[in-house]
Write a protein that binds this ligand. Structure first.
Ligand SMILES: [Zn+2]
Ligand SMILES: [Zn+2]
Ligand SMILES: [Zn+2]
Ligand SMILES: [Zn+2]
Ligand SMILES: [Zn+2]
Ligand SMILES: [Zn+2]
Ligand SMILES: [Zn+2]
Length: 1714
């Protein structure tokens, strides 16, 4: 033998051998034996398979190539929990359908009802599976029409084909081993290869699935004696023997002669079986499940997998119970992860039902979970494992046959262990065929009903009377979950399948079966209605609700007569049947009436859940319908009597011997409840139909009648019981009909309203149903809301005029089905009439009984009359005990009958009343003055249809309606009414002959009038308040700062406070009109106190101006030698500064020539409230009792990092801005000499002075303020890339201070400019408050220099230099024509006297502007030497400029630009726009009342020039104006200076004299119109440092970087650093970040953060925080605009109240201390 034979075959050799069939078998065998069978080293195995399976290529290449041959029809992508997937109701067939993001994007769901969701248990993509979703929802790569693929080339696959079965065998061996060793790792590496292969798509998957399901292969595998040992076969046999045995429930076994119990078949016949077994015993490991599920797109495999899965289902169910002892368990969700993939498909589900005992399997497992089988059980040695079933607390006896009920506090229920099984059950019920099989097969139906019986009456509450319960049990939640998610969910599935062609007989059979089950249950309790405990209450009656809902459908859909299933002639059985629902409804009202108060909050939550709109169809409405149905067949008096007894009002009203134990307010509350419930039984149509437009409409109208609603609120309030329905379209269509949409509104100062739906007014007249509202509201205030809105509508439309309250317009009922009109039978009851009589009597005599009780009574009376039977009065049942007040059931007789009330000993006669006399008295009581006029014509002769009477009216309207109705319908009534009125008149006149005349108004009328007056007054106040505020808001008005807002205490919000103070600054010192600032703490004004006063302010670092960008053209790029076409202002200024330094010789001097400090300066703001220094000091002391802060604050005003809140408006603050006025100054000079403007100015410049402050406290205040700001500025200075080097000059510190002063002022102006260019006009008027004037004066007072030299340079006027100037006059500076105009302007303004007039200001502006003109001319000459146009007045200057400048750059070709389009005047003026804007803004703030420019329109430089009174030529071009005698010499001097510099620094000059590019104000990054795009792009962040992926991401809207939330646990410290570094870049004044997971905007500061709203709204204008609804969200540009303005102006405090600390300590925590 050749030695090479002993060396292994290479993959290449193998591949060739396999293709050509020339393989050397022995070599192959050797390969297999050495490397597979006898190799137990996992790593070696892994290496081997990875080397050989791909053949002659790497694994990655192999997978990539084989994927091209993927021909799977179904996507089948498997995902784990917490992955985002999509669900489309329009496309789905099964409610569980879901698709992956990829398939969603590749499909077309335009206009569909889809949502994005976070997968709870994991899932798989259904795209391409026609049994789960409609083909039109498939993406282009899946389904029948997917692109066709070719055959896989043999050489590619042949090695994989050979080795896959071996890989599986080795994998199984690893499973066997790891099961014994408990070491999972061994099989994981092999599983990785399997998963990798499965990823290769169908072309490779088929070899895996074949091997897994090949019985012969497996047979050989386990019988080959050489393999048995190598593969540890004994481990398998040991494990299978130990598998727990599970059985089918006895009653499910068809053939009783067969062996009575079929155990689940867990025999193992394939590799799949064995893997499944290990999978089950290992607790369904996630990776293994993923692998198995990834193979499901292979349909045949799916069938076989389902079969195997169901055989092991019982074992899994048992392991669930075992797992429930563990703290947490993943098994339930993994089980569902599998089963959902199988049972959602109707083909698989039906196959499983027919071939694999699907129903028996699931029902048996469910049953055994709650009822452990006794006979076949292993001995139960688990002591603390109490039985889940307990004896029923409602049972009257306790013996062996007594019924059992689940204990909702049991571990299995608390831990939701049953959930996966029941979820599977409900899931398969969505398949019609399965649902019908269960309903029609008695064995199944009875078992299901027996199962429900275990929950019938669970969680019984017992009323606590003595003291409040200490511990409130939470178990009730589980009871509701079970009933709603299991019992009800299954019920709606069943009912949903009942189509009109379903057999009536079958349906009757089902209903009879349900009734039998209820009766069995009652029997098991030894039920006796007379012995039941009144104070036990359960909200859970699943069997009754099945009866109710099935019956409802039988009647409404199938027209089945209830007598065909109800024992209509057996009164006792009927009463027993209705006992429980009646008790529950009554208990519900007891809870609302505070009768169960001592049981704690939890019982209230139960009651509210019971009646909650979303669940009402499954609970409250179902109970009510059953009552209605039974009331049709019970004798009316018996029904009413039973009803009233249950409501505890019977004994009280009818003076029965048995006393109730309720106090009187509870009694009255129950009386009202009884009336409401009676009205509901007779007049309300419960909503048990599966999605009928009519019902949806009435639900929507009801919910909108209470309040304006968000779309999601509407959806939530419309009951949608059936899991199968797709109701969104219905709701949308109906909403359009019944409501108006209010688009989301945005206000800078107010709230951001989301889109809301408002009911159409007229529906109050036609459709508003107060009874329906009552049924849906668990809070009475909601009903009152709807009534108020109704009343407003009536008043507004003038539909009914009355001084008295309008009554709710209870509707005359109309019935969905003829059968149900029988509920009106109960109205023909003498007992009812007597009850109503007693209610009226009680109302008249008991003041604590409210009008509510009256209107319910009158409504029932009205209904009784409308239903009155005129012809055949019925006799009262003689057996009724002592209630024989009315001898008949005839309403007409009864309302006339006088009944004994009491014995009047004075008159020695019996006092009697009838309903008629009581009504008359009630009317008279309210309106004694006009009563007799009103009732004269109360009984009309003409008969009108009772349904035509208007439903809008007050008490008088509805009571007289009773009179007119009854007299129309019954002659005897008419006579009696007329007689009683006459009698009443005479009696009344005898008794009180005078009172009517003297007292014009009854007490009630007076009350009503007074109330109306009060309302009117309130409205007037509100109106004037609104007017007042709108006046105060406007920028121009003068207002006392800090004025007490006491008039509006209630509604006074921070916004209003802010705007009230807003205009303080527009006051000028020059006008003698001084503002009296009032301290917001002591309420003393400025002049009243010695302590200095100041505005409460904030100063924050602002980097905003540095975020301005310009787009450079090629020309500019070349000259600036800058490689990008986008340049920040900061960069530009730093380039120009460098060149200035070059020219002037020192950065210090360059700084003087161009101060760009404003780029990184402070933004100073104030809420407008003022406070004394002393008051602030004591306020801070109170705020931080343990700190020295307060002490420090007296000297330094405020310690550097003190944050506090304005005591008045609660906005945050950290500064005090001192307020001074003329009275605080010494030596203010007023040059009233007869000098010209320029002479006056020149005098002032030559002899400069600034006022001193009279008081030293004021002085230190000013110093503290300015040095405080400078200290903060110095902080930013460190951020600045080029700190100017200080020269040892005694002036340098002062120079820095001067820079800070001008920089701060300029920063304020830039922010104001940003605001005016960003905010909309309304917000501008309302919001912007400027303190510029105050700041300007403060800085002016503290400015350290006079710029005499500059004055001389600019004006040409000789000015002797003094030591107060910055520089030595011989210090060479940069040419004046190269300096920054605004810098020079501010320097001159600071040098000028503090009280310069507007004229003087204009002059200074003109002086600086002269420079601006020449700078422009230079630019023109340099950049466009070809340009030849007539510039009129400027021609001579242009020539002069050319003379000095042209030569310098004459040969420089890059300087040549294209000629200017349009008038050259415009070009020149626009070059000065930046200067004009800032200057105009200063003038506006210091002198004017008019804004110089209008937002939204391009700013006109001409308008600004006029505003500034610049000298204009005839063409509207602003031109120089001279103030010296020889302007020519001055200009020549400037130009020569320029020329000199240019000769030395040619390239630097080039840069300095090109036109300044146009810089755009800061913007956010571009946001996509749909949120999905943001989400998919940014919802995950991979840390570049620790490689972890996190999803708590924040997207910076300023720079576009992605960060992690600092307030969540970050992956590593590196991220924390990165976050903080980012804040120093984008966080001034605040970083605006988008929280990707929640959609909310987050405002991040260095130590705090806060949430703002969402920029993205759904189609209904609604936010979707946390993406819970998952609807498509669209960018709302209005909100974006507001956000940008808030950012640009750093005014987030307008809208954000709660700032959170990163250290999770809330800032507002401090407020609690205040
Ligand atoms: Zn997919
Ligand atoms: Zn797809
Ligand atoms: Zn769709
Ligand atoms: Zn004060
Ligand atoms: Zn304030
Ligand atoms: Zn990290
Ligand atoms: Zn950023």
């Amino acid at each position: 033998m050749d030695t090479s034979d002993s060396i292994n075959l290479t993959p290449e050799q193998l591949e060739v051998g396999l293709i050509n069939d020339t393989i050397d078998q022995s070599a192959l065998n050797k390969l297999l034996t050495n490397n597979i069978h006898e190799n137990e080293n996992i790593d070696a195995l892994v290496q081997f398979f990875q080397h050989y399976i791909p053949g002659n290529r790497t694994m990655n290449e192999f997978i990539e190539r084989i994927r091209h041959y993927n021909s799977a029809q179904i996507c089948g992508l498997v995902w784990n929990a917490n992955v985002i997937a999509y669900r489309c109701k329009t496309c789905s067939i099964s409610p569980c359908m879901s698709i992956c993001a990829q398939c969603f994007q590749n499909g077309n769901h335009e206009g569909h009802n889809f949502n994005m969701f976070k997968s709870q248990a994991g899932g798989a993509c259904d795209c391409g599976d026609a049994s789960v979703m409609h083909a039109f929802g498939f993406c282009c790569f899946h389904g029948e029409n997917r692109p066709k693929t070719q055959m896989v080339p043999r050489e590619l696959i042949c090695c994989a084909e050979l080795f896959v079965p071996y890989l599986l065998k080795v994998f199984i061996r690893a499973l066997r081993m790891s099961a014994i060793s408990g070491d999972i790792v061994t099989d994981e590496k092999l599983l990785e290869i399997l998963n990798q292969l499965s990823n290769g798509g169908s072309a490779i998957q088929m070899y895996i699935t074949h091997a897994l399901t090949d019985k012969k292969l497996y047979e050989e595998f386990i019988t080959d004696p050489s393999m048995v040992k190598l593969y540890q076969y004994e481990y398998l046999t040991a494990e299978t023997a130990a598998l727990p045995v599970t059985y089918f429930v006895d009653s499910l076994i068809n053939d009783s002669t067969a062996h009575s119990l079929i155990p689940f078949d867990t025999s193992i016949r394939t590799m799949l079986d064995e893997i499944m077994m290990w999978c089950v015993t290992a607790g369904l490991p996630e990776a293994l499940i993923r692998f198995l599920l990834s193979l499901l797109p292979d349909f045949n495999f799916k069938l076989l997998f389902t079969e195997t899965f169901l055989r092991f289902y019982g074992v899994i169910a048992q392991s669930l119970i075992g797992e429930s002892l563990a703290e947490t368990s993943e098994i339930p969700s993994r089980l569902v992860h599998i089963s959902v993939q199988l049972f959602s498909s109707n083909i698989i589900a039906e196959y499983a039902m027919e071939k694999c005992h699907l129903i028996e399997v699931i029902l048996s497992c469910i049953w055994h979970m709650f009822v452990p089988s006794v006979d076949h059980d292993k001995p139960d040695d688990d002591d603390d494992d109490e039985n889940i079933l307990k004896t029923h607390p409602l049972a009257l006896t306790n013996d062996a046959n007594t019924g059992m009920v689940v204990d909702v506090e049991h571990r299995l229920i608390v831990k939701n262990v049953y959930w996966p099984l029941l979820s599977d059950f409900v899931n398969i019920l969505s398949q019609e065929k399965i649902a019908f099989t269960i309903l029609e097969n008695k064995r199944y139906l009875i078992l299901w009903l027996r199962f429900l019986t275990l929950f019938q009456g669970m969680n019984v509450n017992e009323r606590v009377l003595t003291q409040h319960v200490e511990y409130e049990p939470q178990a009730y939640m589980y009871a509701f979950t079970i009933e709603l998610e299991i019992s009800a969910a299954a019920m709606w599935c069943f009912v949903g399948h009942l189509k009109p062609n379903y057999s009536s007989e079958k349906l009757i059979c089902i209903i009879k079966q349900i009734i039998d089950s209820i009766n069995d249950w009652l029997r098991s309790l030894s039920f006796d209605s007379k012995l039941m405990d009144d104070w036990k209450l359960t909200f859970h009656l699943p069997l009754h609700r099945y009866l109710s809902v099935f019956t409802y459908n039988a009647i409404h859909q199938f027209n089945i007569d209830p007598s065909s299933f109800l024992p209509v002639n057996d009164q006792n059985t009927l009463l027993n049947l209705m006992f429980c629902p009646l008790r529950t409804i009554c208990g519900y009202y007891e809870v609302l009436s505070s009768i169960w108060l001592r049981n704690g909050e939890q019982v209230t939550v139960q009651a509210k859940t019971y009646a909650k709109s979303a669940f009402s169809s499954s609970m409250h409405d179902a109970d009510l319908f059953l009552l209605q149905l039974i009331s049709c067949y019970v004798e009316p008096n018996l029904f009413i009597e039973t009803f009233l007894k249950r409501f505890h009002v019977y004994s009280w009203l009818f003076h029965s011997k048995t006393a109730s134990n309720l106090d009187s307010s509870q009694q009255i509350s129950m009386l009202e409840s009884a009336l409401i419930a009676l009205c509901a039984i007779i007049g309300f149509q419960p909503n048990l139909a599966v999605r009928e437009a009519k019902h949806i409409r009435s639900e929507i109208v009801t919910t909108l009648a209470v309040a304006d609603r968000l779309y999601s609120e509407v959806e939530e309030n419309v009951p949608d019981p059936s899991p199968l329905s797709a109701n969104r379209r219905d709701i949308e269509v109906i909403l359009q009909q019944v409501s108006d949409f209010q688009t989301p509104s945005v206000e800078l100062m107010g709230h951001l309203q989301q889109g809301k739906y408002t009911i159409k007014d007229t529906l109050f007249k036609t459709e508003y149903d107060p009874l329906h509202v009552l049924m849906r509201c668990t809070k009475r205030s909601q009903f009152q809301n709807s009534l108020e809105r109704f009343t407003n509508y009536v008043k507004r439309e003038g539909l009914f005029k009355s001084d008295y309250s309008i009554w709710p317009p209870f509707r005359i009922p109309s019935y969905d089905h003829q059968q149900m009109s029988n509920v009106q039978n109960s109205l023909r009851s003498g007992v009812l009439h007597h009850f109503l009589f007693l209610c009226l009597h009680a109302y008249l005599n008991d003041k604590s009984i409210t009008e509510n009780i009256l209107y319910f009574t009158i409504y029932l009376l009205e209904l009784s009359i409308i239903n009155g039977d005129n012809r055949s009065p019925m006799a009262v049942d003689e057996n009724s005990e002592d209630i024989a007040a009315f001898k008949t059931n005839n309403i007409f007789t009864n309302i006339c009958t006088r009944v004994f009330i009491s014995f009047n000993p004075l008159k020695n006669e019996q006092e009697t009343e009838s309903i008629i006399t009581l009504l008359l008295k009630i009317l008279h009581k309210q309106r004694s003055n006009d009563f007799f006029d009103l009732i004269t014509n109360i009984c009309p002769q003409k008969a009108t249809n009772p349904k035509d009477t208007s439903r809008i009216g007050d008490r008088f309207h509805f009571i007289t309606n009773i009179f007119s109705l009854s007299s129309q319908m019954n002659e005897q009534c008419r006579t009696t009414i007329t007689q009683e009125i006459e009698k009443f008149k005479t009696q009344f006149h005898q008794q009180q002959p005078t009172t009517t005349k003297s007292a014009d108004l009854t007490a009630e009328q007076k009350r009503q009038r007074a109330k109306n007056r009060q309302l009117k007054l309130l409205a007037e106040i509100a109106e004037s308040q609104k007017k007042f505020i709108s006046q105060q808001n406007s920028d121009e008005n003068v207002m006392k700062a800090g004025a007490s807002p006491s008039l509006f205490n209630e509604h006074f919000s921070s916004e209003q406070a802010a705007s009230t103070g807003g205009a303080a600054s527009s006051m000028s010192i020059h006008t003698q009109n001084l503002i009296e600032y009032e301290c917001c703490i002591c309420r003393l004004t400025k002049t009243d106190s010695h302590s200095p006063i100041g505005l409460i302010g904030t100063s924050c670092l602002s980097l905003l101006p540095s975020l301005e960008f310009a787009h450079l053209d090629e020309h500019e790029q070349k000259i600036l030698s800058y490689s990008s076409n986008k340049m920040s202002l900061e960069t530009y200024l730093s380039i120009t500064k460098q060149n200035l330094t070059l020219i002037s010789g020192h950065p210090y001097i360059a700084n003087y020539c161009q101060n760009d400090h404003h780029l990184r300066s402070l933004l100073i703001q104030s809420c407008g409230h003022s406070i004394h220094v002393d008051c602030l000091s004591s306020y801070l002391k109170a705020l931080h009792p343990n700190q020295e802060a307060a002490e420090v604050s007296i000297n330094n005003l405020l310690p550097s990092n003190t944050n506090f809140r304005c005591p008045l408006c609660r906005q945050t603050a950290n500064a005090l801005i001192p307020l001074f006025d003329v009275n605080d100054y010494l030596n203010i000079e007023d040059n009233k000499q007869n000098l010209s403007l320029i002479e006056r100015l020149h005098q002032a410049m030559m002899n400069p002075s600034r006022p001193k402050l009279k008081r030293s406290s004021d002085d230190s205040c000013l110093l503290a303020f300015l040095s405080g700001l400078a200290a903060k500025c110095a902080l930013t200075e460190q951020l600045s890339p080029n700190i100017p080097i200080l020269i040892p000059n005694h002036q340098s510190m002062k120079q820095r201070a001067a820079e800070f002063d001008c920089g701060t002022l300029r920063a304020q102006l830039v922010h104001e400019q940003l605001f005016y260019e960003s905010a909309n006009r309304i917000d501008q008027k309302n919001v912007r408050k400027s303190f510029y004037k105050i700041l300007h004066e403060l800085h002016h007072l503290g400015y350290p220099f006079y710029h005499q030299h500059l004055w001389q340079e600019l004006t040409g006027l000789q000015c002797p230099s003094t030591m107060t100037d910055v520089f030595d006059p011989h210090q060479p500076l940069a040419p004046v024509l190269l300096r920054d105009s605004i810098t020079m302007l501010l320097q001159l303004l600071m040098s000028a006297p503090i009280n310069i007039t507007s004229d003087e200001f204009d002059t200074i502006v003109q002086i600086v502007f002269n420079i601006e003109v020449f700078k422009n001319l230079i630019t023109l000459v340099v950049e466009r030497p070809q340009e030849k146009r007539d510039l009129k007045d400027l021609n001579s200057y242009l020539d002069l400029t050319k003379k000095y400048i042209q030569d310098i750059f004459i040969n420089d070709q890059i300087m040549n630009r294209n000629p200017i389009d349009g008038p050259i005047e415009t070009y020149l003026m626009n070059n000065s726009l930046e200067f004009l804007k800032i200057t105009a803004l200063i003038k506006y703030r210091l002198y004017s009342k008019e804004m110089p420019w209008i937002t939204g329109e391009p700013t006109s430089s001409l308008v600004l020039a006029k505003f500034l009174n610049l000298k204009l030529d005839l063409n509207g071009l602003a031109i120089p104006k001279w103030f010296c005698n020889e302007p020519g010499a001055l200009v020549t001097h400037w130009l020569q200076e320029f020329q000199r510099a240019a000769q030395h620094h040619r390239s630097a000059m080039k840069i300095l004299c090109i036109r300044r590019p146009h810089f755009y104000s800061p913007v956010f990054i571009d946001l996509p119109p749909k949120y999905d795009d943001i989400f998919h792009m940014h919802n995950e962040y991979h840390c570049e440092y620790c490689k972890k992926a996190s999803s708590n991401t924040l997207l910076c809207l300023i720079c576009g970087e992605l960060h992690l939330k600092r307030w969540h646990s970050l992956c590593c410290t590196y991220q924390r650093q990165r976050y903080n570094q980012h804040l120093s870049k984008c966080g001034h004044p605040a970083a605006v970040m988008l929280d990707v997971q929640t959609t909310l905007i987050t405002i991040c500061l260095s130590d705090t953060y806060a949430y703002w709203h969402s920029l993205y709204l759904d189609q209904h204008g609604e936010e979707d925080p946390k993406l819970k609804r998952g609807k498509t969200l669209y960018l709302n540009t209005n909100r974006l605009g507001v956000l940008r303005t808030l950012w640009l102006t750093a005014t987030f405090d307008y809208q954000i109240q709660n700032w959170l600390s990163y250290n999770s300590l809330m800032l507002s925590h401090f407020d609690v201390l205040l």
